[in-house]
Design a protein around this ligand. Structure first.
Ligand code: 5GP
Length: 181
């Protein structure tokens, strides 16, 4: 028995798999150019939502890459931000003087992005810190912060797919969609 209370038949596609993959190639090229060095890139995958994006993005990099994973939660099982960050695992190696790339799925209120940016600057002292988010919900912003790079701007909808979930479901979809009200 599935506990899923939304039906995939009702899902409307917002960004196709092809659009996502094309955008990722563009982003990877811009990000690599921005590091302006051949040194390794430490890619920080913010679980769980950015798992698909991060996996596809690193495949496009020509640099040597080290992948690290941290886990933060802010939505719980809701479709609106709880404004309540829950840092589940922030374990990382020494990143001092390294090229670091934070990879997020979506920036909504900006709370997580602010928290992560401050954390990395204050605690880890990277040589260069860049922030990429696949999606950018600018209209929902409560904190004045923008990623260095993002793939697509989305309006104030709750989106799922390609790593983004609703109650743990739909992460496995290769595209991004939403449930019309
Ligand atoms: P923020 O801290 O910017 O409000 O929220 C960041 C996190 O909230 C994202 O990493 C993501 O996990 C979650 N989130 C924000 N908007 C959405 C959305 O439309 N759909 C889903 N599934 N998660 C979202």
């Amino acid at each position: 028995m599935s506990e899923q209370d939304k039906n995939i038949k009702d899902l409307k596609i917002l960004i196709t798999e092809e659009q996502i993959q094309t955008k990722i190639k563009e982003l990877a090229q811009k990000i690599e150019t921005a590091y302006n060095t051949n040194e390794d890139i430490y890619v920080i995958c913010v679980l769980k939502g950015s798992v698909m994006f991060c996996a596809d993005l690193v495949k496009e990099f020509k640099h040597n890459v080290q992948m690290e994973f941290i886990r933060i939660s802010s939505y719980g099982n809701e479709t609106k931000s709880t404004n309540n960050l829950h840092a589940i695992d922030l374990t990382l190696p020494n990143l001092e003087g390294k090229n670091v790339l934070i990879v997020e799925d979506i920036i909504d209120t900006g709370l997580t992005a602010r928290f992560l940016t401050d954390l990395f600057k204050i605690k880890h002292h990277p040589q260069k810190l860049l922030f990429v988010s696949l999606l950018n919900k600018k209209c929902a912003r409560q904190i004045d912060i923008e990623p260095d790079y993002y793939g697509f701007e989305v309006d104030n909808k709750f989106v799922v797919g390609y790593g983004l979930d609703y109650k743990g479901y739909f992460r496995n979809l290769p595209y991004i969609g939403y449930f019309p009200l």
